[in-house]
Design a protein around this ligand. Structure first.
Ligand SMILES: [Zn+2]
Length: 66
């Protein structure tokens, strides 16, 4: 970690957005069924789109596949 972020304050909303990019989180396109799996975490907001629509987050990818 770079210790150069002093003064950078996290609030609850930012933490929540951070969690949306957790490794293992999956998104699915309701229209064509394409699934997207996050394999690397990152900072920012992930808003995957497919077929011109927002892809929907899948809470439990394993159960969804079964
Ligand atoms: Zn699609």
């Amino acid at each position: 970690m770079v210790d150069d972020l002093s003064g950078f304050e996290w609030n609850a909303d930012e933490w929540q957005q951070e969690w949306t990019i957790s490794v293992g989180r999956a998104y699915v396109c309701k229209k064509c069924g394409t699934m997207l799996m996050v394999t690397k975490g990152g900072v920012g907001v992930l808003e995957p789109k497919c077929c011109g629509l927002d892809m929907q987050p899948v809470e439990s990818p394993d159960e969804e596949i079964r």
